[in-house]
Design a protein around this ligand. Structure first.
Ligand SMILES: Cc1cc2nc3c(=O)[nH]c(=O)nc-3n(C[C@H](O)[C@H](O)[C@H](O)COP(=O)(O)O)c2cc1C
Length: 229
């Protein structure tokens, strides 16, 4: 498929501090697979852009008294006074048909810089709440999202009954609490287990698997909702 103005847009939000890491190579591979599938790909590299992850009082032009973050988000969205960087990222999010969060698993979750991106950019009033509801009534209903990540642990350790427990259990707070919460249909995650323990040859093969998985997952119209509700 060739890209054109009508091509769907994929926004990849990437969080790894090292450009030469496997996680970054995985992101680059996924970006190319999406381009090959006809997407226009927009990459937000949070470490390279020195993204500030804390949602704080100084995000807002004027806060008097007790700071209520979501109330201030609602007010700033309504008045058009969101922080300029947050607004720019929100605009890129709202333009995207597919959101891909790309990261290494840290403490069974997202690196803080990426969690902070969600805190600031998934603003109340803009993607849920206010004139929108939650889940299927939220602003991003009809769009798709997926996780693309690496782990330190092996695939076996994330099986049900494995040393770490079922991967789906760890992903629930992201899949349900962040992505579905704002309306996304969540696609199957693409995961590379333990790249640090691989030879160069195994890493090359793993990147090829990532390429194939991205093509398959993004072509699959199934929703994961049924298994997560
Ligand atoms: C702060 C920190 C926390 C981590 N927590 C986990 C974890 O909870 N589970 C896991 O399997 N690996 C964990 N790891 C290992 C990373 O997931 C692993 O090193 C990374 O995915 C490998 O990809 P990279 O070589 O591109 O960094 C952690 C690493 C760091 C630095």
């Amino acid at each position: 498929m060739s890209t054109s103005d009508a091509a769907p847009i994929a926004l990849i939000v990437h969080a790894h501090p090292e450009p030469r890491s496997f996680t970054t190579a995985q992101m680059t591979t996924a970006a190319q697979a999406l381009r090959d599938a006809g997407y226009r790909v927009d990459v937000l590299d949070l470490y390279a852009d020195a993204w500030a992850p804390t949602l704080a009082r100084d995000d807002f032009a004027s806060v008097e008294g007790h700071f209520k973050p979501q109330a201030e988000q609602m007010r700033a969205v309504k008045d058009g006074t969101l922080d300029a960087t947050v607004q720019a990222h929100l605009d890129r999010l709202l333009a995207a048909d597919l959101l891909v969060l790309s990261f290494p698993m840290w403490w069974f979750s997202l690196p803080a810089v990426l969690k902070g991106w969600v805190d600031r950019v998934f603003a109340m009033g803009a993607v849920f709440g206010g004139e929108y509801g939650l889940f299927r009534d939220a602003a991003l209903a009809g769009r798709r999202a997926m996780l693309l990540f690496t782990t330190g642990g092996s695939g076996e350790s994330f099986q049900p009954g494995g040393a770490f427990g079922s991967l789906d259990d760890f992903l629930f707070h992201i899949h349900r609490g962040m992505l579905e919460f704002v309306g996304y249909q969540v696609l199957d995650p693409v995961v590379t287990y333990g790249p640090a323990h691989m030879t160069d040859q195994e890493r090359a093969a793993a990147l090829e698997t990532v390429r194939e998985s991205i093509t398959l997952v993004t072509a699959d119209p199934r929703s994961r909702d049924a298994s997560l509700v």
